[in-house]
Design a protein around this ligand. Structure first.
Ligand code: FRU
Length: 523
């Protein structure tokens, strides 16, 4: 340790006492929250999307049109457990504030409406609208429950529906299904984009252990053109919810294709997760040199995520379902179940010949963050420092540091804690929710400490951002190159943050900011 470090007062802590006088934030004690109004039930996310009531899973049909971001989602309007799937619908102009809309698609005699996508058919190639009023076309999976129960294998087919009033109302296409099933049990989740290279629509779907590509000129007649993945990537479970799209590599003149494949089970920390491949698409099939599976998010609770079609400025905006099939149906909420991740902007980076995808909250989030004063803290080796804040569960905690060995413990008065640990020695980041609050509803919820390898984290300063919203935490390191998302169910708000220096050197957190985040829900 240097002399200067020795004479620096052992702990210079300049934090906290973040005044919350001007701010009205509901305390999170479950009892108190339950008695106040709209979107204030226990565990109810305040700045994430969740349905007003009942069960939700995957985001579907994400498309931007006429200034509006549409978010459809797998929805069961009659229960807080999975059941006959509909497409619920919400809209936003800024990706932060959402407006609930009527259910867009109901099951019919071809089956439940499973996951899928939506595009603006700008030239009316489908003939379902006009050139003056081009249709929004939704492409989804029909899941024929009766067929499945009867032991058939071809119970999943693909159908389309269209809207001529910017997503307000939808008409199913009379010629459904548009893609028949030749006997594959898992054959679903079509994601469509316009491929300029082949001047056609390309549809990616998953078929058990691989992806298939289809081509069309009119969104109604599809020809299979390729397959990918039998021998690539992670295969611990069934492949679901693909997404294929081109991306510019940051800082260089290079375009690559990114392919998302959600997988359940088989994620690195158990249950559901989303892997990605970076490679090329030639109009028929996808290929990649990538050897190892790569994951969008290392936490347990980011699944079935896909990106917006037609987003402004060619941006790639991602939303995932913030849950995991290992316990999704058992989480301790009563009125609704589960939420979406924050919308995240994707960027593609190339380092030492390796491609890495970053995902980072969209800039619009700034509108609701109550930016606070930035401070610094220094801690001598082995030291701890505790900071108080009224409600970390509706706040962002961020800092930059060169330290690689520290622990963050977000704690409440009930001795519950979420523990985050940067372990530079083993080059990993750990998220431990074993004593974070309610955990006993399902063993799989706390089966292990969640681990994110940091093998490729460069030397020097790292930026750490932790966003908590009642029942979730999202951790972004280095602009979203390393991400962990997890649900938690604390019985009272975390109101202390203990920082521990686990290294042999003085730890310094610079630009440390703890900022409250305003809720987005009001009637
Ligand atoms: C993914 C998934 C999809 C399917 C949908 C059914 O979570 O299993 O493959 O379309 O959910 O709700």
């Amino acid at each position: 340790m240097s002399v200067i470090e020795k004479i620096v007062p052992l702990v210079i802590v300049l934090i906290v006492a973040v005044s919350c006088k001007n701010r009205e934030r509901a305390p999170m004690s479950n009892v108190e929250v339950a008695s106040s109004g709209y979107y204030s039930e226990p565990f109810r996310p305040q700045f994430h999307f969740s349905p007003e009531e009942k069960w939700m899973n995957d985001p579907n049909g994400m498309v931007f049109h006429k200034g509006i971001y549409h978010l459809f989602y797998q929805y069961h309007p009659d229960d807080i457990k999975w059941g006959p799937m509909h497409w619920g619908h919400a809209t936003s102009t800024d990706l932060i504030h959402w407006r609930h809309r009527p259910i867009a698609l109901y099951p019919d005699n071809l089956g439940y409406i499973f996951s899928g996508s939506a595009v603006l058919d700008v030239n009316n190639s489908s003939g379902l609208g006009t050139v003056e009023n081009p249709p929004l076309v939704a492409i989804f999976t029909y899941h024929d429950m009766a067929g499945q129960r009867a032991g058939k294998e071809n119970y999943e087919t693909q159908g389309i529906a269209y809207s001529l009033d910017n997503g307000e109302s939808w008409t199913k296409y009379a010629g459904n299904p548009v893609i028949e099933n030749r006997g594959m049990k898992d054959f679903r989740d079509p994601k469509v984009f316009w491929h300029t290279g082949s001047n056609s629509w390309i549809l990616t779907l998953v078929a058990g252990d691989h992806a298939q590509f289809y081509r069309s000129k009119n969104l109604k007649e599809w020809t299979k053109v390729g397959e990918f993945g039998h021998d690539r990537g992670a295969h611990g479970g069934v492949w679901e919810c693909p997404d294929l799209f081109p991306m510019q590599v940051e800082g260089v003149d290079e375009e690559k294709f990114v392919l998302f494949i959600s997988i359940n089970p088989g994620a690195p920390n158990g249950g559901s997760g989303t892997q990605y491949f970076v490679g090329d698409f030639d109009g028929n099939t996808f290929s990649t040199n990538q050897k190892e599976p790569q994951w969008i998010d290392w936490g347990t609770d980011n699944y079935a995520g896909v990106t917006y079609s037609n987003a402004p400025n060619d941006e790639r905006i991602f939303i995932g379902w913030m849950s995991n099939w290992a316990y999704a149906q058992d989480t301790p909420t009563e009125k609704w179940r589960s939420a979406m991740t924050l919308p995240r902007k994707l960027t593609l980076h190339k380092k030492f010949g390796r491609y890495e995808l970053a995902s980072y909250p969209v800039e619009g989030l700034e509108r609701i963050v109550e930016r606070a004063e930035k401070k610094s803290i220094r801690l001598r080796e082995g030291a701890k420092e505790t900071m108080a804040f009224e409600n970390f569960n509706q706040a962002e905690t961020r800092f930059v540091t060169t330290s690689r060995n520290f622990t963050l413990r977000f704690k409440n008065d009930l001795d519950e804690a979420l523990v985050l640990n940067m372990d530079g020695t083993r080059k990993q980041f750990l998220l431990d929710r074993a004593v974070s609050g309610k955990t006993r509803f399902k063993e799989a919820f706390t089966a292990r400490t969640q681990r994110m390898p940091l093998a490729h984290l460069p030397e020097g300063e790292v930026e750490v951002r932790v966003l908590m919203d009642r029942s979730s935490v999202e951790v972004f390191i280095n602009g979203g190159l390393y991400v962990m998302t997890a649900q938690l169910f604390p019985n009272a708000a975390y109101n202390q943050l203990e920082v521990e220096n686990n290294s042999q050197e003085v730890l310094e957190f610079k630009e440390l900011e703890i900022a409250g985040i305003r809720g987005i829900w009001s009637r």
